[in-house]
Design a protein around this ligand. Structure first.
Ligand code: AMP
Length: 284
């Protein structure tokens, strides 16, 4: 596996792939790989001849009081894991390579970036769309794979690609979970034993909403109240949002249907913010 750190070297490699007639898939990540990341890499390999994984903890998508400094990192292990998946290039730039001192251009997807996680984390999605645009420009991939765990991010990237006529096909990967239902996340590394138990409140909350939906409940106000009660019954949980939204428009809905997605953000002990989501039908 090639490990490239300079955008110039990455771009030169990508140009060569075009000359060779190879299709490239990019998997953007912030590292500290778990099975979710590795599954995205496998999906990328199914669609393209060569897979590039970017590993960059993007400072501009973190708010001033967020976890940029303590975000988990293990570069050596990440290299081993990506190499084990047959990844051709790990692109791991340093911050000054991506954001030189005079950097001043950002990409913003207006409406979709405001709700849900965007309301709690102002500027977060502008950071994401800016870095993903830069990665697309550097790597020039044919495909790029994103996880449905970050469903709002996925919707925003799709919108950006469509609005800006970016020639990258976006592929979505279903949420990869631990055996007890917890959605895998690099941030799960923050959880101690008790917090790990409380983290189950998200997937269990979704399971509760699904069973109520199956029993016939359609009022999202009623579903939301019950999900909230359930989540708050776990120790140290605070609800950032419980939203029932249309899975395409991300607009809130009053009555649940086949297309309704339950999206959750929960903070545990005021320290670890986790997200999860699922269609009420249980489909992926
Ligand atoms: P991150 O390193 O957390 O920025 O994630 C990189 C990519 O992996 C994003 O597209 C995420 O949506 C995706 N991802 C992270 N965790 C999971 C998971 N449990 N299941 C599916 N995709 C995931």
């Amino acid at each position: 596996m090639n490990i490239l750190t300079s955008p110039g070297a990455m771009r030169a490699w990508a140009r060569e792939q075009v000359v060779l007639g190879n299709k490239t898939a990019l998997v953007p990540t912030m590292g500290f790989f778990h099975e979710g990341h590795l599954s995205l890499m496998r999906m990328a390999a199914q669609h393209a001849d060569t897979v590039v994984v970017s590993l960059f903890v993007n400072p501009i998508q973190f708010g001033p009081n967020e976890d940029l400094d303590r975000y988990p990192r293990n570069f050596t292990k990440d290299c081993e894991l990506a190499a084990g998946e047959g990844v051709e290039v790990l692109f791991a730039p340093e911050t000054p390579d991506m954001y030189p001192a005079d950097f001043q251009t950002t990409v913003s997807v207006e409406h979709l970036s405001r709700s849900l996680c965007g309301a709690d984390r102002p500027g977060h999605f502008n950071g994401v769309t800016t870095v993903v645009s830069k990665l697309f420009n550097i790597v020039q991939p044919d495909f790029s794979v994103f996880g449905q765990k970050d469903f709002q991010q996925l919707a925003i990237i799709r919108r950006m690609v469509q609005d800006l006529d970016i020639g990258v096909e976006i592929l979505a990967h279903p949420i990869v979970r631990e055996s007890d239902g917890l959605a895998m996340s690099s941030r799960n590394a923050y959880l101690d034993e008790n917090q790990r138990k409380s983290a189950l409140s998200l997937s269990k909350g979704i399971a509760l909403a699904r069973s109520l939906f199956t029993e016939g409940e359609r009022e999202t106000a009623v579903l939301g109240k019950k999900v909230k009660e359930h989540i708050l019954s776990y120790s140290g949980t605070a609800v950032d949002y419980i939203s029932f939204i249309d899975c395409s428009s991300l607009e809130p809905v009053d009555r649940a249907g086949q297309e309704t997605l339950l999206a959750l953000a929960v903070t545990i002990d005021g320290r670890v913010r986790l997200i999860d989501n699922g269609l009420l039908t249980g489909d992926e």
